[in-house]
Design a protein around this ligand. Structure first.
Ligand SMILES: NC(=O)c1cnc(OC2CCCC2)nc1N
Length: 339
């Protein structure tokens, strides 16, 4: 590699590390002026040697030329959406968690009575996206769309500062598809709407609409100005790298790969009673959170148990077998009678 290419590689890695410290760890190790100096040095080298610009260059964060339209991306693994378990309040204001108790019973039934561990995490109120990394480099990002295919928003996603352009840590998987929620923090939403009104533009109704509108911009330079964030919540597929056995291990792995995690707002418990207590705590904490959540998501922690249950829930909902009593069942009854 010639020394210009080596210099571009060195500046790219250094600026990506500084960006991770600043945006994801909220712990910059250099002053902004030093970051800006190195950034302009990289911009100048890339302008002089366009062929040497790297796919994970931090200069991609400012957004390139506008698109005329979004391409469609087919999801290899359909993007499932969550069924809702509402907890209506009774007249005393207490929450009736009957639907959660029913969920717990269905899960235990589906696992042959084995007691599951549950993870409870925020239900982020943003928009779902899927991120594809090959050999550690972000190569494609898509919205959920109809679950089977979505819009290619790769250029716009590259402007989201806490989405790594290259995965961190060692043991990089050859391929990994990470799904999560793009959202706008409440404070950034308020500031954006102030700017909208100052410029005579319509304010956004809520942070979710603001995030969706900002991500589905054809001009990435507008997306870059919108201060979006991303939280991962599942690994859809993976080839190589660390093989998680539970959802908590998946989240922890995403943290090691360089993603931001909703620290302190997730929990893992062995009983629905503890889950509901955590739900109650989060309901109290909700107004003070920096981002909007519209509930909590409860998942079976073990991936093996998820796959086992997933099979049952993937059975056609529109058909059911109504079986005659098995012959041997009658025999067994007779055997008991005979004894
Ligand atoms: N809005 C959220 O915060 C959220 C959405 N989805 C999921 O999980 C998907 C992954 C597999 C089935 C549902 N988790 C979440 N936290």
């Amino acid at each position: 590699m010639n020394d210009t290419a080596a210099k571009i590689r060195e500046l790219t890695d250094l600026l990506n590390r500084y960006g991770y410290e600043y945006y994801t760890l909220d712990a910059p190790s250099v002053p902004d002026a030093e970051y800006d100096r190195l950034f302009h040095e990289l911009e100048a080298l890339e302008a002089a040697h366009p062929a040497l610009k790297l796919p994970d260059s931090p200069t991609l964060r400012v957004g390139g030329a506008p698109l005329s339209a979004f391409a469609q991306v087919r999801h290899e693994v359909p993007m499932l959406s969550l069924s809702n378990a509402f907890s209506p309040q009774d007249e005393s204001g207490a929450f009736d968690h009957a639907e959660m108790t029913a969920f717990d019973e269905r899960v235990r039934g589906g696992l042959g009575g084995k007691p599951p561990q549950y993870v409870i995490e925020p239900k982020f109120d943003g928009l779902a996206v899927s991120l594809l990394y090959r050999d550690g480099v972000l190569v494609q990002a898509a919205t959920r769309g109809d679950g089977s295919s979505g819009e290619d928003v790769t250029q716009n996603i590259r402007t989201v500062s806490d989405i790594p352009l290259r995965l961190r840590g060692g043991d990089t998987p050859a391929l990994i598809e990470i799904r999560g929620e793009v959202l706008m923090f409440k404070a950034d939403f308020a500031a954006l709407n102030l700017r909208q009104e100052e410029n005579g533009r319509k304010p956004f109704a809520n942070p979710r609409n603001a995030a969706a509108g900002s991500l589905r911009q054809l001009d990435p330079r507008i997306t870059a100005q919108r201060k979006l964030h991303f939280f991962p919540y599942s690994i859809a597929r993976q080839e190589g790298g660390f093989s998680a056995g539970t959802h908590m291990q998946e989240l922890d792995y995403c943290g090691r790969l360089g993603f931001a995690l909703p620290e302190g707002n997730c929990g893992c418990f062995g009983s629905m009673a503890e889950i509901l207590a955590f739900y109650e705590q989060m309901r109290q904490k909700r107004p003070a959170l920096p981002y909007e959540i519209d509930g909590m998501v409860v998942k079976v922690n073990s991936l093996a148990q998820q796959h086992e249950l997933g099979f049952i829930s993937r059975a056609p909902r529109w058909a059911v077998a109504h079986k005659f009593p098995a012959e041997e069942a009658l025999t067994v009854v007779e055997a008991i009678d005979v004894q």
